[in-house]
Design a protein around this ligand. Structure first.
Ligand SMILES: [Zn+2]
Length: 47
């Protein structure tokens, strides 16, 4: 499954490959602006 994570700071979207949807609550680092953020359901998009 490929997910899109939208950075809350710069709004760039990163592709993320995942076996499941258990990403909520994990910390991710935006490759564009370097911000570390907690993953919320509202920023995950399934493609
Ligand atoms: Zn960013």
């Amino acid at each position: 499954m490929i997910l899109l994570l939208k950075c809350p700071k710069c709004s760039n979207q990163m592709k993320y490959q995942s076996q499941n949807m258990i990403l909520t609550g994990k910390r991710k680092r935006c490759v564009y602006c370097g911000k570390t953020y907690n993953v919320r359901n509202s920023i995950i998009e399934k493609i």
